[in-house]
Design a protein around this ligand. Structure first.
Ligand SMILES: C[S@@+](CC[C@H](N)C(=O)[O-])C[C@H]1O[C@@H](n2cnc3c(N)ncnc32)[C@H](O)[C@@H]1O
Length: 315
């Protein structure tokens, strides 16, 4: 499978970020560099962008492709966006005009047969964005108890057959432990094949792959921490744009935006505010944007995308 870097909702991202020449921008998830490239073009001749990715291969690829063209306007760091609060000021980006999070995995990662992200690509079940840290998915499958696997598949995959699949994985360990994407796909197809009509659109192992990837990369905790740091780093009037791809991510973004828009965190039974917190965000998209049928037809990865954007208010 040839990997391409067609950025999702690119027109909408650019209109929400509205990046101006001379501005400072952060792309917290450079991936294939599709959005990064457009932001740098729009901020020509002197806008600067800090691009992060947990995946060293993504950083190297974008550096090769865009580094020569944009020179020191593009600053790249291999880092998890949960470290944004330290990484951005260290790189000279302490107060920025725009910040983009395009969550999840890239088409390059999905197509990489050495990393086990793809149901149809196969390969050893690693699934780490940053292969230098953490525990590969195969190790979770080899060491978690049935109860732990069941909880993981329910929590991060909302998988109705979680218990049945967890028991089959633990039983398989006695003879043939599940270590590759192909083996996991075959096991799910055998024990929880699902409704054949739904199967044509969504593979029965989709939720299991999603759950493992979220757990391996602690994606939901990273998102909470990354968003909190992002609001602190934005200048008044600066824009925060987030693209999410499933309901667990989107729920976090939606609740985070709502809390920052409200400001006050006092319980409703207290008549006067005692927390003293002011609203820090104004919603720009209300409620959210999704791709057109045309975009989904040309870029299937956009299928479940949802964009939310907010603007930083003066403190
Ligand atoms: C959907 S892709 C981004 C695609 C990119 N916007 C483009 O136009 O090519 C998501 C990228 O975010 C990275 N990523 C996911 N979670 C991350 C995190 N917590 N910190 C840093 N990078 C992360 C992944 O490694 C992946 O390369």
């Amino acid at each position: 499978m040839k990997a391409e870097h067609l950025p999702v909702l690119a027109t909408e991202v650019m209109s929400m970020l509205a990046p101006a020449p001379g501005s400072l921008q952060i792309d917290a998830t450079v991936g294939g560099g599709g959005h990064t490239e457009r932001i740098l073009e729009a901020t020509d001749p002197d806008g600067r962008l800090l691009g992060l990715d947990a995946d060293g291969a993504a950083i190297a690829r974008v550096d090769d492709r865009l580094g020569p063209r944009f020179g020191d306007r593009l600053v790249l760091r291999r880092a998890n966006f949960r470290e944004l609060r330290d990484v951005a000021p260290d790189a000279g980006f302490s107060a920025v005009d725009g910040m983009l999070f395009d969550l999840g995995l890239s088409s390059f990662q999905l197509a990489d047969a050495e990393r086990g992200f793809g149901i149809r690509t196969g390969g050893p079940l690693d699934m780490r964005f940053d292969a230098t840290r953490g525990v590969p998915a195969a190790e979770l499958l080899a060491s978690f108890t049935t109860a732990e696997l069941t909880a993981l598949f329910k929590r991060y995959g909302e998988e109705p057959q979680a218990g049945r699949i967890a028991r089959a994985i633990v039983a398989a360990r006695a003879t043939t432990p599940v270590t590759t994407a192909e083996e996991l796909v075959a096991l799910v197809e055998r024990v929880a094949p699902g409704n054949p009509r739904v199967r044509r659109r969504i593979h029965p192992a989709t939720r299991i792959f999603q759950a493992l990837r979220i757990a391996v990369n602690a994606e939901l905790d990273a998102l909470q921490e990354g968003l909190a740091a992002a609001v602190d780093l934005l200048r008044p009037g600066g824009r925060l744009v987030v693209l999410s791809y499933h309901s667990l991510e989107d729920r976090i973004v939606k609740r985070f935006f709502a809390a920052e828009r409200r400001g006050c965190v006092c319980p409703p039974e207290i008549p006067i505010c005692v927390c003293g917190r002011n609203p820090r965000l104004r919603l720009v998209t209300r409620p959210s944007l999704t791709p057109t049928a045309d975009e989904v037809a040309t870029n299937p990865r956009a299928r479940s995308a949802r964009l939310r954007a907010a603007e930083r208010l003066a403190a």
